[in-house]
Design a protein around this ligand. Structure first.
Ligand SMILES: Cc1cc2nc3c(=O)[nH]c(=O)nc-3n(C[C@H](O)[C@H](O)[C@H](O)COP(=O)(O)OP(=O)(O)OC[C@H]3O[C@@H](n4cnc5c(N)ncnc54)[C@H](O)[C@@H]3O)c2cc1C
Length: 486
């Protein structure tokens, strides 16, 4: 850019990088406080980021964020509760029937094991006093409680071991960690579960509704905040030149440039991990780089299968599958595909009665993104036929839709988790959130789910982080204005 062009460039109050939940929340809070000279630069051709409600035959499928997890102290719930847009989800992971074609699984026995598992997770003091991984901690406690309850009943101990494998996958799903040995026990205890109903879904248009709520398009579109006018889509930020006394310069891949008093970065931790050396000029200080490197960011993916009819009975709320060695051998002989073992169930969804949702989690979640739809379909159908084929006549699905969060270059994964290393080094989301200052002014700020210490990996964590940083900007500029008038 020529010197002349740079001189001409308007200095905006704030540039927000990313129009996901955090970026939208921040933009709305700024506008509500009359900080109007802002823009939001979004690399994709849509807003929402990891909230992506995709329409299939009139129903919205949430490819990313889906549920409002809890009510108390949950900003998603607090913003939505008067608007009559949330309903209890049919999903409820503590009430699934588990299946194995080679093993008889008594519901009461599985419920007892689930209760033991949930109690171990709820015991925050136990987790906090542990120094190792969640996996080690869980296995030790689970085994000792199972032995206490069931003594030496060989059959029950075998089932407990298989249940433990299922719980491992369930944990990998909730935390997006490759294995539960990558997840810190102590770190996981920092996650604060919001009390109340834990699986609430947005009726009608899916999770994207929360973005409309933030922008006040609901309940009365006439009262909407004018944020959309400030959002520039297809603007991939390539570099942020932040260490200048007279403003932060942002350059986009399409050659456009912008200048502002401060820049709020809301890109995912996955993007920061991959891009921070190129994105920030000069490079970020070492402590920031350490947090980016050591906090965890992993992948879970969703696969939706739409069937011509709802072939499963209404009785099971979902089909959780238990893998015995025999089951594994059968499926791998038929397919030779290890990734199938990372599937832990098939679950109905709220928005469409003929669709089953399959989660693919753990170490294979990212690698399956490269497989063809045909390969995926064939593999999933072989599991369904093997596990449920003797009970139901299962037709072939008519639609397969799946996420690819790892290959998505504006996300590079699904959500953040706390690793053993981040816990050992005492690196937290709040370290990622610390703004970088030039001449005591916060010029480079960070929001997004991973910057939250206790609500990371969620939509409410992302929204709170956007509000937090908008307020930091508002407070700073109010203070500067007040001082300049003295
Ligand atoms: C499969 C899945 C299921 C989930 N389920 C739930 C759930 O049920 N409940 C729940 O609470 N949470 C859930 N989450 C997590 C939740 O969706 C996220 O925590 C939240 O949406 C993150 O919002 P964010 O604003 O922090 O980040 P993002 O949504 O990632 O927003 C960042 C934005 O920045 C943009 N961007 C990135 N790089 C650039 C660049 N260089 N230039 C310009 N723009 C850029 C991106 O395109 C994106 O729009 C789920 C996530 C996934 C992936």
């Amino acid at each position: 850019m020529s010197v002349k062009a740079r001189q001409k460039m308007e200095t905006l109050d704030t540039i927000i990088v990313g129009a996901g939940a955090a970026g939208i929340a921040a933009g709305c809070r700024l506008l509500e406080n009359n900080v109007n000279n802002i823009i939001v630069l979004e690399a994709k051709n849509r807003i929402g980021g990891r909230i992506y409600s995709y329409e299939v035959d009139g129903s919205f499928l949430d490819i990313g964020g889906q549920w409002c997890h809890g009510q108390e102290n949950n900003i998603v719930y607090l913003l939505s509760k008067e608007l009559d847009i949330l309903s209890l989800s049919i999903n409820c992971y503590d009430d699934y029937k588990m299946y194995s074609p080679t093993l008889s699984l008594d519901k009461k026995l599985i419920d007892d094991m689930l209760e033991i598992a949930f109690n171990i997770e709820r015991d925050k003091n136990g987790l906090i006093s542990s120094s190792g991984s969640f996996g080690e901690y869980f296995i030790n406690r689970f085994n000792s409680e199972i032995k206490q309850k069931f003594g030496h009943d060989e059959q029950k101990l075998v089932i407990a071991k298989l249940f433990c494998d299922w719980y491992h996958k369930y944990t990998a799903c909730l935390n997006a960690c490759p294995t539960w040995f990558d997840l810190s026990a102590k770190g996981s205890a920092c996650y604060e579960t919001c009390k109340g109903d834990y699986y609430l879904h947005f009726r009608n248009k899916g999770c994207q509704t929360i973005l409309d709520v933030l922008m006040k398009k609901i309940p009365n579109p006439a009262d909407k905040l004018l944020l959309e006018d400030k959002i520039h889509l297809n603007k991939s930020v390539a570099s942020i030149n932040w260490n200048n006394a007279n403003g932060v310069l942002v350059h986009c891949l399409d050659g456009s440039s912008y200048k502002a008093k401060c820049v709020l970065v809301t890109a995912s931790l996955g993007v920061l991990k991959k891009m921070h050396t190129k994105l920030f000029v000069p490079e970020l200080p070492p402590y920031k780089v350490r947090v980016i490197n050591e906090l965890g960011f992993g992948t879970v993916n969703k696969i939706f299968l739409k069937f011509p009819v709802r072939w499963w009975s209404d009785d099971p709320k979902g089909i959780s599958i238990i893998w015995t060695d025999e089951d594994k051998k059968f499926i791998s002989k038929k397919n030779g595909k290890k990734w199938l073992e990372d599937i832990f169930g098939f679950y109905p969804i709220d928005s469409h009665c003929n669709i089953l949702l399959v989660w693919i989690v753990g170490e294979e979640a990212a690698s399956v993104e490269h497989f063809s739809d045909d390969d995926i379909l064939q593999g999933l159908m072989s599991i369904l036929q093997y596990y449920m084929g003797n009970k139901y006549n299962i037709p072939n699905p008519t639609v397969l839709l799946r996420s690819r969060w790892f290959s998505d270059s504006q996300s590079f994964g699904s959500y953040s988790y706390r690793t053993n290393a981040s816990e050992d080094l005492k690196l937290f989301g709040s370290d990622l959130a610390k703004p970088l200052c030039v001449n005591n002014k916060p010029v480079l700020l960070f929001a997004g789910e991973a910057t939250s210490d206790c609500h990371y990996s969620t939509i409410h964590g992302a929204i709170n982080s956007g509000f937090r940083e908008a307020e930091r900007i508002i407070d700073f500029y109010k203070d500067t204005e007040r001082k300049s008038k003295l």
